[in-house]
Design a protein around this ligand. Structure first.
Ligand code: YH5
Length: 277
């Protein structure tokens, strides 16, 4: 897949390192010290084997508050500018806002990652105009209340139909199907059981004809099942990344790059001996 000036072959699974630039992680973006910290973290993740760095200035954790457009721009743009010239990677912008997509791509981002699947005002047009690949994710509800009793009649069918409909809207808007990455959205309006059910059925999403991104790293689905704090979720993160690759995931969005890369080297080699790819 072509990400702006960089081609990345998604035939072997790739790592996307998570770079949070929210106040609960690096504090108010724009400050030199925070940009330095973000740059250091990005360099370290790319050094460990990440091909993508996902820069997010909006916290979408359950219950998180919304941020203004200007605040998000102030957090992410200086970081993208700093990383672009110094680190060899594809920069992904994790946003739902049209203006942030536009400015981030102008600043060097080569991928738009939207947990709201380009449904926010102007975002579909902005993403199409940006001419970079997009990742569209499934979410039931909105971050503020999405974990309050999520429910489905037919989970896999509903998530798949949602993504199918969003793919069609993207194509209508001029985004090539080859430039669409889909994501079942682990933790976004799903119970623990919903998350594991989707992970088990990830291979069925291949039918939609797009690359797949999977993000389970350090999430509550691990904490709940294993009774582990956020700091204790590495083993769970690694196993779920491996299972996602067995199910055909092309990009793993993770905090722990080196360890995940070890795991997916094994599962992707195993996959070459299977014929269901
Ligand atoms: C995703 O799955 N997730 S932000 C709660 C946690 C840990 C991590 C401690 N952006 C995704 O990473 N974009 C986020 O519990 C995403 N797919 C895509 N495409 C949430 C996150 C997290 C939340």
């Amino acid at each position: 897949m072509q990400f702006k000036d960089k081609f990345i072959d998604l035939a072997s699974p790739r790592i996307m390192g998570i770079l949070n630039v929210t106040p609960d992680s690096f504090s108010d973006g724009g400050h030199f010290n925070n940009i330095e910290k973000a740059l250091f973290h990005a360099e370290s993740m790319v050094g460990e084997g990440a091909d993508f760095i996902d820069v997010g200035g909006e916290s979408t954790r359950p219950g998180a508050q919304e941020v203004t457009e200007q605040e998000e721009l102030d957090r992410v743009i200086p970081v993208i500018e700093a990383i672009r010239t110094r680190v060899d990677c594809v920069l992904s912008i994790d946003t739902s806002k049209a203006k942030v997509m536009k400015e981030a791509v102008a600043a060097g981002a080569g991928l738009i990652n939207d947990v709201r699947a380009l449904q926010s005002p102007g975002s579909l047009a902005a993403a199409s105009k940006a001419k970079v690949p997009v990742c569209i994710m499934h979410m039931q509800g909105q971050p503020k209340a999405m974990q309050n009793n999520p429910s489905y009649q037919d989970l896999v069918k509903e998530v798949k139909h949602f993504l199918q409909a969003r793919i069609e809207d993207c194509i209508q808007a001029g985004i090539s199907v080859d430039n669409i990455i889909i994501d079942p959205g682990f933790g976004f309006g799903k119970s623990m059981e919903h998350n594991y059910h989707l992970l088990a059925k990830l291979d069925t999403f291949k039918q939609l004809g797009c690359a797949i991104l999977s993000g389970t790293s350090r999430k509550s689905m691990l904490g709940k099942l294993l009774d582990r704090t956020v700091e204790q979720r590495l083993a769970g993160s690694i196993v779920t990344a491996g299972i996602a690759v067995q199910g055909g995931a092309n990009i793993l969005r993770v905090h722990d790059v080196k360890e995940t890369l070890d795991a997916i080297k094994i599962t992707s080699l195993i996959n070459t001996y299977r014929s269901n790819k």
